[in-house]
Design a protein. Structure first.
Length: 168
């Protein structure tokens, strides 16, 4: 049986890819909105102990996004990118680059939102520029951090049954 505490599933289908997936008890338009609207992103994005201090989203193909996260002991993390494909509420593709990145090149991030009977599986594919980049990220507690963030998202989705407007 699946539920709100479903774990994140992590796969490495290729030498430059990491695929993460999780089921959420919410319809795809609401989950898509949570990934694209700053007022929702600031309520869930980040591992335990982290929060979004700045969240800029220009949701259009060619538009930029930028997140500034603050964490324990004054830690600061900045990531940004450009939207490449936007198909509400099914698909969102963007690039990602961290200000203090420890591996080379931009990452291509593809989010797929697949809804069945009011429940949505989010599958995120991270395609790294190099094998070394992917391997570096796998050594980090990335899966744990994303899992914690998705647990926060599940809580938000339970408490948010509607969104303002149908288009993100």
């Amino acid at each position: 049986m699946t539920g709100v505490d479903d774990p994140i599933v992590v796969h490495t289908p290729g030498d430059r890819e990491i695929v993460l997936s999780r089921l959420f008890e919410a319809p795809a338009p609401l989950v898509f909105a949570a990934f694209t609207r700053p007022e929702l992103l600031v309520r869930w994005y980040g591992a335990r102990g982290w929060r979004l201090a700045e969240c800029d989203v220009d949701l259009r193909v060619g538009g930029r996004w930028r997140y500034v996260s603050l964490g324990p002991e004054g830690a600061r993390m900045v990531q940004a990118g450009v939207y490449r494909q936007i198909e509400p509420p099914h698909r969102l593709v963007c690039t990602e680059l961290f200000d203090d990145q420890s591996y080379p090149g931009e990452t291509l991030v593809s989010h797929e939102f697949h809804e069945v009977a009011g429940r949505t599986t989010v599958t995120t594919t991270l395609l790294y520029a190099t094998v070394q980049g992917r391997d570096t990220v796998l050594r980090y507690p990335m899966a744990r951090g994303v899992g914690q963030s998705y647990t926060r998202l599940a809580g938000l989705l339970r408490s948010t049954t509607t969104i303002r407007g149908e288009q993100p």
